[in-house]
Design a protein around this ligand. Sequence first.
Ligand SMILES: Cc1cc2nc3c(=O)[nH]c(=O)nc-3n(C[C@H](O)[C@H](O)[C@H](O)COP(=O)(O)OP(=O)(O)OC[C@H]3O[C@@H](n4cnc5c(N)ncnc54)[C@H](O)[C@@H]3O)c2cc1C
Ligand code: FES
Length: 315
Amino acid sequence: MTPDAGRRLIGKNMNAASMIMRGASPAQTNTGPGMAGGTSALVRLEVLDIAELGWGGPGFFVLRLSQPGWEHPLPGRFLMLRATAGSGEYLCARPFSICRINDDGLVVFFQVRGKATRDFAALKPGDPVDAWGPLGNSLPVDPCRPVLVLAGGVGIAPFVNYVDRHPVPGSISLEFGHRLPLECYPLRYIEGKCSIRTHHEKNDGDRAVFSMLVEERIREFALSGIVLACGPPAFLRLVRELALKYRAEAWLSLETRMACGIGACLGCAVKTLLPAEYFAAPAQILAAPPSEGDREHYVQTCLCGPNFRADRVLL
Ligand SMILES: Cc1cc2nc3c(=O)[nH]c(=O)nc-3n(C[C@H](O)[C@H](O)[C@H](O)COP(=O)(O)OP(=O)(O)OC[C@H]3O[C@@H](n4cnc5c(N)ncnc54)[C@H](O)[C@@H]3O)c2cc1C
Ligand code: FES
């Protein structure tokens, strides 16, 4: 990152940190297309239930928490979650997509990766957790356009809420690539609501077939549809490349590592294309296609994302 980029990010941090102190979300600045407003705050939630999905292998869990009462849990937004409630272990909070949210509570779907997710997997009903959110921007929802959702593995999480909240879920086609058995993923929440095709990738050959299908489908949706994708970095790079090739409007939901989620730590910088001067309205600018003369700038994924247009973000 250049010193100039660093100075810009630090300026934004001060704003974000002071907003959260006042109980307002950094996402309040995100008011352009596909962006969400609303307030966020630190809340203490209760574990209602936790269930392991699948069998053997690395653990996949569905964690249901008490309703946080958030105003704008629009699809694509995320929360920071800390299993050690009230401990002050700030860095042990981790970002997770809002997988489902309704009167029954807030559902987070996660895979055990390291310390924090191991702590989450050990939670029991009645345990307290700390959460702050809803954070970040939302994915675009347009009832008049067909949507192609491309999800890889745990990248399915934000799309459960997306399908739940879309006014015309029948206009959504989901292509889901997964390495582990289907029972490991929370597909049951959206079965029957939209068109779903699953692709079990057991080897390189399966992956190559899935990649060809992804290309075919992006080409198909390029004319009038929207393409949304979430999954491992290599998968997002492929979707980005194909979206640029076929000039499709595509949005990538990034799972960049985050330590604070509110713009205070600089840990989630991602390179984007922006005009030389972009302070006025980065969210609106990021929601529109790039213009000639735009330059590379780092922005924080937690403040300006996690959802980015494929033609604006450089992966
Ligand atoms: C906006 C957003 C939404 C997310 N939504 C979900 C979700 O719904 N479900 C879910 O399971 N995960 C999600 N993630 C990823 C999740 O935050 C990480 O898996 C989690 O922070 C790992 O914490 P840990 O302490 O268990 O692992 P760590 O000890 O921090 O890391 C363990 C291993 O996992 C790798 N790792 C950690 N974080 C990531 C990451 N972001 N991407 C790739 N590899 C990583 C590390 O390199 C390391 O090898 C999301 C991330 C972001 C930014
Ligand atoms: S600045 Fe801390 S996670 Fe984005």
